[in-house]
Design a protein around this ligand. Sequence first.
Ligand code: FES
Ligand code: FE2
Length: 481
Amino acid sequence: MLKSAGNGLREVPFPVSDPERIPVQRYFDEEFYRAELEHLWPHVWQNACRLEQIPDVGDWIEYSNIGKSVIVVCTEEGIKAFHNACRHRGVPFAGGQSLDKDYSSAFGNCSKKGFVCPFHGWAWNMDGQSTRVYGKHLLSDRQLDPDDVNLVPCRVDTWGGCVWINLDNDAPSVRESLGQVTEDFDFHGVDDLRAEWHYATVLPANWKIAMEAFMEGYHVMQTHPQLFDASPSMYANMYEDEGARGMEGNITERPRVASEAFDIKEAIDAQIHSFQLLSDGMAGMIHQKEVDILRAMPIDNLPDDPGQAIAMWFGMGMRAVTDELRARGEPCPDILEVSQSHPVSAVQFFFPHYFLLPTFASMSAYRIRPLGPEKCFFEIWSLTTYAEEPDPVMEPTVLPYNSIEFPMIPRQDYSNIPIQQAGMHAQGFEFMRLSKDVEGMISNYQRIIDGYLKGLPVEKLNAAIHELRLNFDGPIKDLDL
Ligand code: FES
Ligand SMILES: [Fe+2]
């Protein structure tokens, strides 16, 4: 229980008082973790499942987080969700194993039998209405009031090809909470994407450490050298100051692709190579079919100016991917048009625990759930377009975080996350020092978390969340929190 700060707000343990410095205790302290369980998670929209996992009436799937299980159901009247506890003596009426395991995977169809509690057989239909109280006469009338026996509904919404739940019945809609970015992604066709694979792992790290590993591109040079090597001049322009360019041993040791005499063919080959690496590593982030379309595209009539030539080639690539996917009958937005009308970040976060990585039509998706102060469940989906509805991916393939079966890019990220968590406990390390220019999102995120812990009004919190739009690799903002 957090203390009152005396102004109607709560006192936050280890608050972010300097936006460029994040106190280490926020990543392992038990009291801070409990404060998040009590004041953050019960008020935010949580990504519960993909819509394609429950396509038919009666289909249900369990989602659990912070020790709470929710059952999401497809009904005649649309998607509903219920808190997973029998109204008699609290046994989960479906699934329930995930409460003491690391993740949820229960699913089924209740259209014939509804939900039946495994303890004494009370039952409900898919709309949560009681259909049987075994031995009714044994209970007082007041215990049989519909409000006492029907399932307790949970706030639910849909957006972006997913179902979202919120434990707070008064929460504004997903769209109102997340803001303009939901519309941006509508234009990018996020509803039409389907999962082609789903991997998961348990990381020995605080959930925020895991999220923050994806909030900037500053780590690419050291963590993903293969990506850096494919476009060194791009990364040099973004992160190196003029004087240092070419001086730091680690950077100059790697071969540079950019040459003095600009060769458009060489530059485009390098770009395609870089996309191929992303595709090999992340599938949906840039799908192999998209790389193949780019590779097959003729490259005549480009201007002599290198910057203009690459920009024009990129635009032509967006056109070619759009045309080719549409010709195959796959749902695809006009990628070039929407990239201008509704620009999105290379990594877009949906506070607090979901993010998308779009490039052309396909995307990668990530979701993170805490399993304790220093442990989290980490999932990745490759999402892409299909001409016909594919079979849904119902469960993740769960691997150890250092498994060589993981694609290379997440494996590289996972190699840092657990050791970074260990570093939080080192003597003399008191706070993370952030770049105000490119690691601002970490600070912005952490200060929004403080807003929840303090108990700020939802309008204020949502206004700050809206500031995370296009904030990947971006600056610390004044969030008015
Ligand atoms: S606990 Fe569910 S029927 Fe008794
Ligand atoms: Fe990374």
